[in-house]
Ligand binder design. Structure first.
Ligand code: FAD
Length: 496
């Protein structure tokens, strides 16, 4: 039986492990943390459970290929799904724009708000409706397809291709200028960070409005733990905590992997299901550079990486009819060089077990980019100053929520503040990034095979192989990597 070492027990590593076991390999996952799941996690604070990941999961609609994959890896089978009423409610100067799941309701609420935007609203909704037929390709990666399979894929992606053609090179800000109403304009221009391609708005809302991007009950950590159970039930082995720190390479092969605790592991194949930068720079010491990755790392303007500050708050009360995710204007405050003038909060009313009885978990995410990471990196060298800044930001967020919701005054407490350095420390995430290079109007989309030039038995897998990343890409690429190994081993791939 051929052996595989999998470095990293996030969703990609678990998916690779599950398919490795199903396909007659013997595998071991080496994970640097005590817990598996990587960025798909949650943690307990002061009687609350802070969900650290899933705001939406593509693949929640039964009978679709991506849902079948989630069921196969144990993430979703039999799990109840929560379908929020809206993706986001966006307040602007006394008006609220709702991104409802019910597309007809979205359309009529927007028309009521701005009859003069009728044409563009109709066009917006029609594009979303058309894209509802789009399904994330799951069966096999393009490099393993025959010519006929590629042609069939291109035909099936006709509507998606047309949307990419039309909106792929327009930023969400430029697209928003098509609307006359200031609240619609603001809602669409803030939907994504500056420079990001507007096409993503349509794909996200198409998936959401057809029930394909909802939330599994139990949250992120429970989903990851179900995958761990599936992996172990198939005979997989786990070493954790066990951080891979060195690869011994000779004769174009990784001969063994050494971990921080001195343990060494030998195998026929090594799959790096960790951050791509960790593989290329730390483990391969820059000796096997990859042109596609180098180009992106050295051009952060066109290939931005987003991280975030996550403020988790406990609320001693229930939130009533408050939309699940709400973006609202706040009295501006500073974080490093940036002025924060609006916040987006999410509550977990649908998960009563995430809070003590009668209380509610609320989280607030603040996007962080290149300069923010630099500032956090510098600050983190002074432990006390770093903690003071986290505390200050927690207080600013708490006060902003109390100002917006006076009934919450005195009933909120900050549970935790995570920064880009938290993601870097916990997952070895490059610059704290929680998603890989996001599609922008200037960047080129990248689908990478994960093969490392000049090394025959090492493959990269995970969200970094395919934009826009996220959990589905992690699960898909984990599976795809095992498909590649089955081909290399000249054996049929077992999918279910
Ligand atoms: C706050 C937040 C919100 C998110 N929201 C969503 C969402 O709503 N929907 C969605 O689809 N996606 C979301 N994502 C993104 C999603 O979590 C990631 O895309 C996905 O989890 C990536 O999985 P991965 O296995 O590729 O990588 P990771 O999760 O980064 O896993 C890599 C694993 O490798 C381990 N590791 C690293 N280096 C080593 C080493 N040297 N040795 C051993 N182990 C190592 C890490 O500890 C980690 O466990 C979110 C992410 C964050 C942080």
């Amino acid at each position: 039986m051929k052996k595989i070492i999998i470095i990293g027990g996030g969703i990609a590593g678990l998916s690779a492990g599950i398919f490795a076991q199903k396909n007659g390999f013997e595998s071991v996952i080496l994970e640097k943390n005590h817990n598996l799941g990587g960025e798909c996690t949650g943690w307990d604070r002061q009687g609350y459970h802070v969900d650290g990941c899933i705001h939406w999961l593509v693949g929640t609609k039964q009978g679709t290929p991506i849902n079948d994959l989630w069921v196969t890896v144990g993430a979703l089978g039999g799990v109840k799904i929560f379908h929020p009423e809206s993706f986001l409610a966006f307040e602007h100067d006394g008006v609220t724009v709702h991104f409802y799941r019910d597309l007809d309701r979205l359309r009529s609420s927007w028309l009521e708000l701005s009859p003069e935007d009728k044409d563009i609203i109709e066009d917006f909704c029609q594009t979303i409706k058309k894209l509802q037929s789009y399904e994330t390709p799951v069966e096999k990666p393009e490099d393993l397809m025959t010519l006929m399979e590629r042609i069939r894929l291109m035909i099936s992606l006709k509507d998606a291709g047309a949307a990419m053609q039309k909106y792929g090179k327009i930023s969400s800000k430029d697209y928003s200028n098509n609307f006359k109403h200031p609240a619609l304009q603001a809602a669409l221009s803030s939907f994504l960070p500056e420079g990001y391609s507007a096409s993503f708005i349509f794909f996200a809302l198409a998936a959401f409005t057809k029930g394909q991007a909802s939330i599994p009950y139990g949250g992120s950590k429970a989903l990851a733990m179900r995958m761990v159970e599936r992996y172990l039930s198939l005979g997989g082995a786990i070493e954790a905590p066990c951080e891979a720190v060195e690869l011994a390479i000779s004769h174009k092969k990784v001969q063994h992997v050494t971990c921080h605790n001195g343990k060494t592991f030998e195998a026929d194949y090594v799959i790096a299901a960790c951050d791509a930068h960790v593989l290329y720079e730390r483990l391969l010491k820059g000796k096997y550079p990859d042109h596609d990755f180098q180009m992106r790392y050295s051009n952060p303007a066109d290939y931005p990486l987003a991280s975030q500050i996550l403020v988790a708050l406990g609320y001693e009360g229930t939130v009533g009819t408050l939309p699940r995710s709400l973006s609202f204007q706040v009295v501006p405050f500073e974080i490093h060089q940036s002025t924060i003038s609006r916040l987006t909060i999410t509550h977990y009313r649908h998960e009563p077990a995430f809070a003590p009885e009668g209380h509610t978990l609320i989280t607030c995410s603040i996007n962080q980019f290149y300069a923010d990471y630099e500032a956090w990196d510098a600050l983190s060298r002074d432990y006390e100053a770093y903690n003071r800044e986290k505390e200050r930001i927690g207080k600013e967020v708490l006060q902003a929520i109390e100002t917006r919701f006076p009934r919450m005054k005195g009933k909120l407490k900050v549970l935790d503040v995570a920064t880009p350095k938290t993601y870097e420390r916990y997952c070895n995430a490059y610059r704290g990034a929680f998603m890989p290079f996001f599609p922008t109007v200037r960047g080129k989309m990248m689908a990478h095979t994960g093969r490392i030039k000049e090394l025959d038995n090492l493959l990269l897998t995970g969200q970094w192989l395919q934009p826009p990343g996220g959990l589905p890409v992690a699960a898909i690429t984990g599976k795809d990597t095992i498909m590649r190994l089955c081909i290399q081993e000249k054996k049929p791939f077992v999918n279910c």
